[in-house]
Design a protein around this ligand. Structure first.
Ligand SMILES: NC(=O)C1=CN([C@@H]2O[C@H](COP(=O)(O)OP(=O)(O)OC[C@H]3O[C@@H](n4cnc5c(N)ncnc54)[C@H](OP(=O)(O)O)[C@@H]3O)[C@@H](O)[C@H]2O)C=CC1
Ligand SMILES: O=C(O)[C@@H]1CCC=N1
Length: 266
């Protein structure tokens, strides 16, 4: 089964590198990329063929669309004449619905909507997938296998996609923001930057491993750290005073709403 990736930016290259690491044959992969210098870079780095979007659409069994939501309409109009019924289109774009894509491609093209995230770069990705209306089990399985090359995959109803985008799609950025804030706080408290960075990164990795390996609720894990009248309780009180929990809720609502707006082409 040949796979084309149209749009080889951050997420497109993340998918491409994951497929290569997972052992997909490079001669079964191709990339549609409009900038010649970027095309050259990808050819050098992965030995993959970089072709026009139309050639990619005509030749591949599966076409992954990894362009910005705002570029999706133009790309679909460009490749629509080369698509055929039964072919699989996998869209990784935030906000763009399967019905929007189906309305711009020939009847019978199967569409799967995916929301990945960047930890896919280290094979720790979290992807959610939803089928469009012309998908059968084999299309979903192929989309699942595409994304499973870089991490976990969850099947979800498409109506949950905007929320998923807000939580796991954008999620790594919130975590990096917290990490960055903690490192800066360590520096403020007098730690050398390298020491602060090592402390924070390992604390994050260790905490993530505890969550995954014990399956214990985060409230319980937090309580285990919080000694009576101790340091953690003092810190958590400040986080509550500064409404960090409310800020997270507002932030993720904003991301969910932005995903909905992207669906309307804004
Ligand atoms: N980054 C992330 O963490 C995540 C991104 N996504 C989704 O992935 C998609 C891509 O995002 P991201 O990788 O961050 O964005 P990038 O801007 O890094 O990548 C988009 C790529 O598409 C290329 N492109 C634009 N128009 C065309 C075209 N007509 N034909 C071929 N290539 C084209 C761009 O080239 P040029 O720069 O020359 O315009 C660029 O290389 C988005 O839809 C986003 O919603 C989903 C989940 C997570
Ligand atoms: O910021 C964005 O729009 C994309 C979608 C999810 C993560 N990055």
């Amino acid at each position: 089964m040949s796979t084309a990736i149209i749009g080889a930016g951050v997420m497109g290259e993340t998918l491409l590198s994951g497929l290569v690491r997972a052992g997909r044959r490079v001669d079964q992969l191709m990339v549609g990329e409009k900038r010649p210098e970027r095309a050259h870079e990808l050819e050098e780095r992965y030995g993959v063929a970089v072709v026009s979007n139309r050639e990619a659409a005509a030749k591949a069994d599966t076409v992954a669309l990894v362009v910005k939501p705002q570029d999706m309409g133009d790309v679909l109009d460009e490749i629509a004449p080369d698509l055929r019924p039964g072919q699989l289109l996998v869209s990784l774009a935030a906000g763009i619905t399967t019905s929007y894509i189906e309305s711009r491609v020939p009847e019978g093209v199967a569409v799967v909507r995916v929301m990945p995230n960047t930890p896919a770069l280290v094979d720790e990705g979290m992807a959610a997938i939803s089928p469009g209306s012309h998908c059968d089990e084999s299309h979903l399985t192929e989309a699942e296998s595409l994304m499973a090359s870089t991490g976990k995959v969850l099947r979800i109803p498409e109506k949950q996609m905007d929320a998923v985008t807000a939580i796991s799609g954008s999620g790594p950025a919130y975590i990096f923001f917290v990490v960055e804030s903690m490192i800066e706080a360590g520096v403020h408290l007098g730690l050398p930057r390298a020491t602060s960075t090592e402390l924070v990164v390992q604390t994050l990795v260790g905490s993530a491993a505890m969550l995954r390996e014990t399956g214990t609720h985060p409230v319980v894990l937090r309580e285990q750290v919080t000694s009576p009248s101790g340091t953690t309780a003092s810190a958590l009180r400040e986080l509550e005073i500064h409404r960090v929990r409310a800020a997270f809720l507002a932030a993720m609502e904003a991301a969910r709403n932005r995903s909905r707006e992207l669906a309307e082409g804004n």
